[in-house]
Design a protein around this ligand. Structure first.
Ligand SMILES: Nc1ncnc2c1ncn2[C@@H]1O[C@H](COP(=O)(O)OP(=O)(O)O)[C@@H](O)[C@H]1O
Ligand SMILES: [Mg+2]
Length: 324
């Protein structure tokens, strides 16, 4: 499935780095980007803002984005929003993937969708009529995407109006973005204060993430109004340390070096993810490695130091060592 990558020093990687340094020469990183601790791994780790529920800090709009599709954004949106809410924060998750509604499935509330995001924008219902409260965690609400095929229904003015209303009621708004740079993706990132840039450990995914970092840096509302830049965090999804050791995937260090934004988490590849989705349960609620990695990601985002887990191959048992 993944292209074989001979070694981190192979020529494609070097070409990518050169291209990137040319693209970014003029980019000035915000102060936030200079204040991270560096772990023993040599990877620059994210240091989020220390927050406690009800601390009165302004609501933050967090976009879960990527360059490439299918990297795990919706899986992450469900777990990140649920993880924040289970820490006691008032959280609203919004599905921006118009026409391809999925977040409601990941949160197990697809049968409770009556009104959606577009109904609210068009004034066909009140915001509180469209918000669906999670039954397991009442501080989490979600706003479902519309099933319409017309993506132009998401206007900047309409989305801005809804976001302004949500800012008054919630501490975090988590926006599940569609892939790429079309209308829905643009609206999902435009109002963001923070961005979780999801990438799989493969070159095409990382390269597209790099383009998206450029777009966030130049086309978001914060960039246009020249206010403090969006805080961008790197989240590596579907990581397999065994395949990295076999030189079939890019390592955490390579990806972090290439993208140059602080690492907030590494989510391992896990068979439980699909199982959880089928149950309508966010991965973070499970008991496997991916669940623990999502919990760590949320805590790092909230300003806590957490060691990186699941980035080295698991020791093989005696039988595996003998028979491979
Ligand atoms: N950590 C993971 N381990 C295994 N499969 C994953 C993981 N994260 C996501 N997936 C799978 O990848 C696919 C795409 O995930 P999804 O969250 O829908 O991506 P996106 O929203 O970026 O399109 C789904 O089949 C999902 O089950
Ligand atoms: Mg999705």
């Amino acid at each position: 499935m993944f292209a074989r990558i001979a070694s981190p020093s192979f020529s494609l990687l070097s070409a990518f780095r050169m291209q990137r340094s040319v693209m970014r020469r003029s980019t000035v990183l915000p102060a936030f980007h200079r204040s991270y601790s560096t772990e023993a791994t040599g990877v620059v780790m994210a240091k989020g803002t220390k927050r406690t529920p009800g601390d009165g800090q302004p609501c933050r709009i967090v976009v879960i984005t990527s360059g490439k599709g299918g990297v795990g954004k919706t899986t992450t949106s469900a777990s990140f929003a649920y993880g924040l809410a289970s820490q006691g924060f008032k959280v609203c998750a919004i599905d921006f993937d118009i026409g391809l509604r999925n977040l409601d499935l990941h949160l197990g509330c697809e049968r409770r969708v009556v009104f959606d995001f577009v109904n609210v924008i068009n004034g066909e219902c009140q915001l509180h009529q469209a918000l669906i409260k999670d039954k397991r965690c009442p501080s989490l609400s979600m706003l479902a995407a519309s099933q319409t095929r017309d993506k132009s229904v998401l206007t900047e003015e309409g989305v801005g109006r809804v976001i302004d209303q949500l800012r008054k009621e919630f501490e975090f708004v988590v926006c599940d973005s569609p892939a790429g740079i079309e209308q829905g993706a643009h609206q999902a990132m435009y109002f963001a204060d923070d961005a979780l840039m999801c990438t799989n450990p493969e070159l095409s995914s990382v390269r597209d993430a790099d383009k998206m970092i450029g777009i966030l840096t130049s086309k978001s509302q914060r960039a246009i109004t020249k206010s403090e830049a969006i805080r961008q965090f790197l989240l590596i999804t579907r990581y397999s340390p065994e395949r990295v050791a076999a030189h079939n995937m890019l390592s955490v260090k390579d990806i972090a070096d290439m993208l140059g934004i602080p690492l907030v988490g590494v989510i391992p590849e896990s068979e439980e993810v699909l199982h959880n989705t089928n149950l309508g349960q966010p991965v973070v609620l499970g008991a496997d490695d991916a669940a623990a990695a999502y919990k760590d990601t949320v805590l790092r985002f909230l300003g806590q130091d957490r060691p990186l887990q699941y980035v080295s191959p698991k020791p093989k048992g005696i039988l595996k060592r003998l028979f491979g």
